[in-house]
Design a protein around this ligand. Structure first.
Ligand SMILES: [Zn+2]
Length: 497
């Protein structure tokens, strides 16, 4: 009997599907159960513990964030001193399969998160058919793109605006998620039969959305609706995974089902970062505590206040309706508007839950004021570290911060300057509403993302088919290893024609 060989590779990415949740619900998820029972399952390390949104570029480039430079859809542009959407004309990244496609390997990809539109005609690459972030639908083969729009529509999931959600809005999200999973499954199966492929990558981002909004609020014991909605989304996803695997030949197709992040109760304290930085900066400017020149802060507060006081549904409607440049302008103003750069050593950046801080380094930022390596620079970093480590929940008296990272030290590389200069990892605790610090005083605030669930750094891959028996699959250790494994399998499959 000939040894089973990989002739095709089917990669199914499940965005933020939590392995512990899956393992504890396997009785309701028969297809994942079959895969977990019959394949090799590996828990994988990832940079998601420092920067959660960096995991998709990390996966598709097979490199760490210091190499690829992407950690969030909106990043700081030091040349214009504003936030900007990451794009290929700024921080370009090539997925590992594109060179293979250019050499003739038939590749089809659907909605790999944070991937840029392909400008080549090699392979079939679909991006933003329906993903978590804002971005236009694109297929590098226009005739296929038009056919997809005609048969399946586009934007079935729609982007997410993280603000508080009413029960009615949550019921709409529940329906949208289910509809999107079903439609995406149909589209993926259609692509399996109507495009030529040896490597097929399909990503389902829907459980990411479901996890954010339907993760049970631990303080609400009667929250059965959330439990139902979450499990319902996972079951729908499980059916589509089963149908996709059913559509390929298990004897010669290696199947890799993976998730680059997990999901768990929201333990973010990101709402504290702007007021903490305001106080740190004031204390840094005048160590005696005298707060000079308050005007720029007041102007920026107006934009922050608008975001905090406008009803959540109105904020969501506006964000979904206005053109991207307007939305980006508002975000940029909320973070860095009206800052007096001569007196601003550092400022907060947008994040999905972590705390991120950019330093206003002279020579790097167009209007930088902090000399790199100076005594001031060191003192400011110490002030940030000590300030954040001093935060305690006023109710429990427990510290709120686990670690303060310097991402460039953690992820050195040619693009580490694109990363936040400081990243804050929170301790496991509910979002705090009242905080005290012996250094910075007391704060009150509330996390208003509407998200009961948030990412946690747990990744996994389940490998079945011929590659499931390989030593390589059994030794997968981090999410970076996936690119190497898939590349080798795909090259071998192409040679075995
Ligand atoms: Zn998310």
């Amino acid at each position: 009997m000939p040894t089973a060989e990989t002739r095709r590779v089917l990669l199914i990415g499940l965005d933020s599907l939590d392995i512990d949740y899956v393992e504890s619900h396997l009785e309701s998820l028969p297809n994942l159960r079959r895969l977990f029972d019959g394949g090799v399952v590996r828990r994988l390390d990832s940079p998601g513990n420092v920067m959660s949104a960096s995991v998709w570029p990390t996966f598709y480039t097979g490199t760490l964030p210091g190499e690829h430079g992407q950690y969030f859809p909106m990043q700081w542009d030091p040349a214009t001193m504003s936030l900007r959407h990451v794009a290929s004309d700024w921080i370009d990244c090539e997925p590992f399969w594109r060179p293979l496609a250019r050499q003739g390997l038939p590749v089809t990809t659907l909605d790999v998160q944070a991937a840029f539109p392909s400008r080549t005609t090699a392979g079939t690459e679909i991006v933003n058919w329906g993903v978590e972030a804002f971005g236009g639908f694109h297929c590098n083969r226009p005739e296929i793109g038009r056919e997809i729009a005609r048969r399946f529509g586009t934007n079935v999931l729609g982007p997410d605006v993280p603000v508080d959600k009413s029960p009615r809005r949550l019921a709409e999200i529940r329906k949208t998620v289910l509809a999107a999973i079903g439609k995406r499954g149909e589209l993926a199966r259609w692509l399996l039969t109507s495009t030529s492929w040896k490597l097929f990558v399909a990503v389902f981002p829907e459980c990411h959305r479901a996890g954010h909004y339907f993760w049970r609020d631990p303080t609400d014991e009667a929250d059965d609706a959330s439990d139902d909605a979450l499990l319902e989304a996972h079951r729908a996803l499980d059916r589509e995974i089963g149908a996709l695997i059913e559509a390929v030949d298990p004897r010669d197709t290696s199947v890799i089902v993976f998730s680059l992040l997990g999901m768990g109760p929201n333990q973010s304290q990101m709402h504290l970062v702007p007021p903490v930085i305001d106080r740190i900066n004031a204390a840094f400017a005048s160590p005696e505590g005298a707060d000079s020149s308050d005007r720029p802060r007041r102007e920026r507060r107006v934009v922050r206040l608008l975001r905090e006081r406008l009803p959540a549904r109105l904020q969501e409607r506006v964000a979904l309706a206005v053109p991207e440049p307007v939305r980006d302008w508002v975000t940029s103003r909320a973070y860095a508007g009206a800052l007096d750069w001569r007196r601003t050593p550092g400022f907060p950046l947008p994040t999905g839950g972590e705390g991120y801080i950019r330093l206003n380094v002279s020579g790097r930022e167009a209007r930088g004021s902090l000399a790199r390596g100076s005594a001031s620079h060191r003192r400011y970093l110490d002030t940030i570290r000590e300030g954040f480590l001093s935060l305690r929940d006023a109710g429990t008296n427990e510290p709120l911060v686990e670690t303060v990272y310097l991402p460039a030290e953690r992820f050195p590389g040619p693009r580490s300057e694109h990363l936040p200069d400081v990243a804050i990892a929170w301790r496991a605790a509910a979002p705090s509403t009242a905080v005290r610090s012996d250094r910075l005083g007391s704060f009150a605030g509330r996390l208003k993302t509407g998200r009961g669930g948030n990412h946690r750094p747990v990744a996994f891959a389940a490998v079945a088919g011929p590659a499931g028996k390989s030593r390589r699959a059994a030794s997968l250790g981090t999410i970076i290893d996936l690119a190497g494994l898939v590349r080798d399998l795909a090259i071998r499959s192409d040679a075995s024609k």
